[in-house]
Design a protein around this ligand. Structure first.
Ligand SMILES: O=C(O)CCC(=O)C(=O)O
Ligand SMILES: [Mn+2]
Length: 197
């Protein structure tokens, strides 16, 4: 897909807006290195069908004091904001029209790290959440498929420094994923800013 930023992708239900150059190259490089070194990255376990599994990536949840998020049966209590992310959050208010109070950080160490099909539809995100997703580092494929018609798909290659906004009824009708790949891939960090009720 070749998009001129920022662009709205036709989704039928829900809105998807992509800005390939939200951060300039230097900002994106600096943020990638700072977060790689300074975030308390952890590999959590989730319980699926009674079995414990290590999630295939590292993560960290940050936000305002007292916020927690129940995600795949895993309760994440927000750590305090990294100052760089608090600043970034403030820059998102205008383009997104929302104030975020938390961010989920994911570190995909290589092509084997991934995120399976899901929607960001936890009750604590409210009815029609706006989610702002910033990508840093290696480009990875971000796929969407309709819940009622899995063959109907969209694909975006999320670039270093890009912003993808998901909003409206998108999470009701679409799932998204970051598939694993056999190709060698350098690390990638993704930040999803959310408003947790
Ligand atoms: O890494 C990505 O681009 C997607 C992350 C995601 O879907 C999530 O954190 O819920
Ligand atoms: Mn998601």
């Amino acid at each position: 897909m070749n998009l001129i930023p920022p662009d709205t992708i036709d989704m039928q239900d829900g809105e998807l807006i992509y800005d390939a150059n939200f951060l300039n190259g230097i900002e994106a490089d600096n943020l990638l290195h700072t977060l790689t070194d300074e975030v308390n990255w952890r590999q959590d376990c989730i319980r699926l069908f009674g079995k414990e599994h290590l999630i295939p990536r590292l993560q960290c949840f940050q936000g305002d004091p007292g916020i927690s998020y129940l995600y795949s049966n895993l309760k994440l209590d927000a750590e305090s904001w990294h100052p760089a992310l608090q600043q970034l959050k403030n820059r998102l208010v205008e383009p997104c029209g929302t104030n975020f109070n938390a961010v989920l950080l994911n570190l995909y160490r290589n092509g084997q790290d991934s995120m399976g099909w899901h929607s960001d539809d936890e009750p604590e995100l409210g009815q029609n959440p706006t989610i702002a997703s910033i990508s840093l580092g290696e480009e990875r494929r971000f796929l969407l498929r309709r819940k009622d018609e899995h063959n109907l798909k969209r694909e975006i290659v999320l670039q270093h420094g890009s912003l993808l906004v998901m909003r409206g009824t998108l999470q009701h009708f679409w799932q998204h994923s970051v598939p694993r790949t056999q190709k060698p891939r350098k690390p990638r960090i993704n930040l999803t800013f959310r408003h947790v009720l």
